[in-house]
Design a protein around this ligand. Structure first.
Ligand code: NDP
Length: 258
């Protein structure tokens, strides 16, 4: 799985998604993160086609939405997704959110889809340590990925540790805090020190924790800016100073409150 991909949540369906995906792939992105809920899977497929980047070089992620959880409905949702994405195989298919007991049934469906070779990897999203424990009690198949909101303002070392122990790769969504903390003095100071932008500091913080990122942007310059995070490193004490900003500030769902 690439260390950085493009998220397309809230990118409007139609030309906007098509052009965004095409531009991102032409600029070097090799992972696109979509979901049934985003209503733009068909446009991701068109963007991929327009980019002329071979399908085999692109890592496609999609997710089964809350309303489709359960064994049969997950299988049906997957069929719709592959049809819209115009692919036979999805690289990573995730349970978007753990719905009561139903997510355990969805997981059974994902395991089957993987055994049939229709997903290269299967995983979960928004799972807390408790959700992971529950899953582990009912299935011997471990999720390859847990995609969660992850940035300095929701740093969760216990979840990082839990995933690492179980060999589950965490992946950070909303890694830019949706732009809501670009002006934090600690982030601005590091941006000044390294002559980088606040966005690059936030993305680099994730990479220092060995957590891949999927920032969203429809802006071409920002696509390039967000990719340019491999030419510098944060010192361990700088990473720790950003870790200390954690305060439970979620820009998306808080699965610990569900
Ligand atoms: P992000 O933290 O990626 O922030 C996106 C916002 O930041 C947009 O408003 C974008 O605006 C702006 N932005 C992006 N790059 C820059 C930059 N370099 N400088 C200034 N502003 C910038 O938030 P998201 O919530 O969108 O998360 C990213 C992806 O994660 C989603 O698209 C989705 O794929 C996934 N996700 C998954 C969830 C899940 O439950 N599994 C939940 C939420 C997100 P602009 O487009 O104008 O550049």
């Amino acid at each position: 799985m690439p260390a950085i991909g493009l998220g397309v949540f809230q990118v409007p369906p139609g030309e906007r998604t098509q052009a965004t995906v095409e531009s991102a792939l032409r600029r070097g992105y090799r992972l696109i993160d979509t979901a049934a809920y985003y209503s733009n899977e068909a446009d991701v497929a068109i963007g991929l086609e327009r980019s002329e980047v071979p399908r085999s070089e692109v890592f496609l992620t999609s997710k089964v939405w809350l309303d489709d959880q359960g064994y049969d409905s997950t299988l049906r949702a997957f069929d719709r997704t592959v049809k819209l994405l115009k692919v036979d195989v999805i690289d990573l298919y995730l349970i978007h959110w753990p719905v009561d007991e139903l997510h355990l049934e969805s997981w059974r469906a994902l395991v089957q889809l993987q055994q049939e070779g229709r997903c290269r990897a299967i995983g979960v999203s928004n799972y807390t340590e408790q959700h992971l424990d529950k899953l582990a009690r009912t299935s011997s198949v471990i999720p390859a990925v847990n995609q969660v909101e992850f940035h300095p303002f929701v740093y969760r070392p216990t979840l990082v540790e839990r995933c690492r122990e179980a060999n589950i790769q965490m992946q950070a969504y909303s890694p830019l805090v949706r732009g809501k903390r670009f002006n934090h003095p600690k982030i601005l100071a590091l941006a000044e020190k390294y002559q980088r932008t606040s966005a690059q500091i936030l993305l680099r913080w994730n990479l220092e924790h060995r957590i891949p990122v999927i920032p969203k942007t429809t802006n071409r310059e920002r696509m390039t800016e967000n990719l340019d995070i491999f030419g510098f490193r944060l010192a361990p004490e700088e990473v720790a100073s950003l870790d200390a900003l954690s305060c439970g500030f979620h820009v998306c769902w808080n699965p610990y409150e569900d």
